[in-house]
Design a protein around this ligand. Sequence first.
Ligand code: PMV
Length: 338
Amino acid sequence: MASIVTCIAPVNIAVIKYWGKRDEKLILPLNDSLSATLSTEQMHAKTTVMISPNFTKDRIWLNGKEESFENPRLVACLREIRKRATSKNGKNCELKVHICSENNFPTAAGLASSAAGYACLVYTLGKAFGVEGDLTSIARQGSGSACRSLMGGFVRWMKGTQNDGSDSIAEQVFHENHWADMRVLILVVSDSRKKVSSTSGMQLSVKTSDLLKHRVQNVVPQRTKEMIQALESKCFHTFAELTMRDSSSFHAVCLDTYPPAVYMNDVSHSIVDFVHRYNKLKGSNKVAYTFDAGPNACLFLLEEDVPEVVGLIKAVFPPHVEGKTFMRGLPVENAVIQ
Ligand code: PMV
């Protein structure tokens, strides 16, 4: 008998960035990272897994197009799921799967598409094969940041100390209802694929950037502690400063990489400038920006400030900048700037 399961998974946005691996195969990071999980309402990955004795081989379709099943990360995730399923049920685990996965937002544009995609894939496979328990250490082997998309709220991915990766898992630090009036505004500056993938950018940074060593050893551990305190006490001013500093520290490492990995563009920099001017005018930090491996901005702000900030962004930025706001739980606004 065939079994079929469909799930959706959210995007997460790191406020303390993961950049650099100490183990490429197991995807073990050099530092802890911390992220906010967004609502699944607007940006999500959706995966359907079908298992059937009639299937002769594993197959996968991504955004409607069949892809080769040779991707080592995909193979690793499926292998780990099958291993767990075998030790639990002892049967049916070698049945072949057909997987259909799609994102309802641009893929590989620095909008955490692989995080949502692999989280969804591993979660859906886990359901289909009846696997229980922690799946973050499997999702991590698809795309590092994917392990943080398996939970809502604020999530910390621990780098761990073991060589086998057994303690490099993600844990929820604060529940999705914590700081419920926090919002995220995504400014899509460009939805084309990034020039340097995060995998190759990271490899090059590990090889060539001295600043990365400083960031990993001296910056991130203390900043992570301070970030957790700011989240706990809901001090937006501090949260914002730490978030912006960490984004800049990560992009500084990218520029310190040789040859440099340039992800932000002129529009990204003008968004940075806009946020600092706005915060200065308000006398404290009301908005925080963070940029992943792409030019698109994620702005964190409180709900009460959304109308004014969205209005200003619409007035200041060119028509191709599309803004979408998300609440971690429910979307509150979907503003397209034109
Ligand atoms: O999980 P990856 O390999 O797509 O890397 C993600 C890296 C950043 O998005 C830049 C930072 C992060 O922690 O999400």
